[in-house]
Design a protein around this ligand. Structure first.
Ligand code: F6R
Length: 261
């Protein structure tokens, strides 16, 4: 795993967008695993700008989102399908038929989860999986105690996640208590992982996930198992990282990062 600490949230977002943009330029039919949440809003704004102003071409790109609320249809303003259309898909030249999220309205949740896994496999697997991290350490909606080898399934959310996300609903009581989420095992199958973490509120959980023990209590710690994972964060989120001197040294010296310094 590598950790790149940028001076501001804006520069962390910009680097993450450049990494994704370069991957799409190199392989236009890339399969991107996408996340939602507040952290990603400025990233999607930047990718939208790159498409508009720099002609970054998403016409062949395919996407799979990490999660979707159970009980919300795609036209519900709080669904992740709505979020993705609003923040990204409507603003870039992607073919919406190539964009995938679990169907929050599926009658049979077990069949829907299996269908989603099959679709990812049929697409050849995920090239780059974008992740945020929740205040309880979740990735996707893999809440504490999720198996580190779990696959896509329906999951009950924690009270902490409820507290984190319900203010985004006009009526917080309408936030579903369950969601579909790719499993930790599904996420770890991606060929590359990029985790974007910004803001002082994430400093504690970020240090636990990156430098603490591997534990199902903090599913974000599972990225320690991945052979090609990079965490991009801002100064505010990095304040509790004890190894930051080394992380900066790697970023300054590894040839891979030269184009991004
Ligand atoms: C949502 C997702 C979540 C978020 C996490 C952080 O698709 O994958 O794991 O990344 O809850 O959310 P924000 O960015 O709102 O703090």
């Amino acid at each position: 795993m590598e950790v790149i600490i940028k001076p501001s949230a804006e520069s962390a977002v910009k680097l993450t967008a450049e990494l994704i943009g370069d991957a799409v330029r190199m392989r236009p039919e890339s399969v991107l695993g996408l996340a939602t949440g507040r952290t990603m809003e400025s990233l999607y704004a930047e990718l939208s700008r790159m498409c508009r102003e720099e002609k970054l071409d998403f016409s062949l790109t395919r996407t799979f989102n990490l999660d979707e609320y159970i009980g919300l249809s795609g036209d519900n303003i709080n669904s992740y399908r709505y979020y993705m259309n609003y923040h990204l898909f409507n603003n870039i030249n992607i073919d919406k038929r190539n964009t995938h999220l679990p169907d929050g309205m599926a009658d049979d949740v077990i069949a829907e989860a299996a269908r989603y896994e099959d679709e990812i496999e049929f697409a050849g697997g995920i090239d780059i999986q974008l992740l945020g991290i929740g205040s309880d350490g979740h990735i996707g909606f893999n809440e504490p105690l999720s198996s580190l080898s779990s696959r896509t399934r329906a999951k009950s959310l924690t009270p902490e996640t409820y507290e984190q996300n319900s203010p985004l609903f006009d009526n917080p009581d309408e936030m579903p208590k369950r969601a579909f989420t790719m499993g930790v095992g599904t996420i770890l199958d991606a060929r590359r992982i990029i985790m974007l973490v910004t803001g002082a509120g994430k400093a504690d959980i970020l240090s636990k996930a990156v430098e603490g023990p591997l534990t199902a209590m903090i599913t974000g710690s599972a990225i320690q198992l991945h052979p090609n994972a990079v965490v991009v964060c801002d100064e505010a989120a990095a304040t509790k990282l004890v190894g930051r001197k080394y992380y900066d040294f790697v970023f300054q010296n590894e040839p891979e990062w030269e184009p991004y310094r």
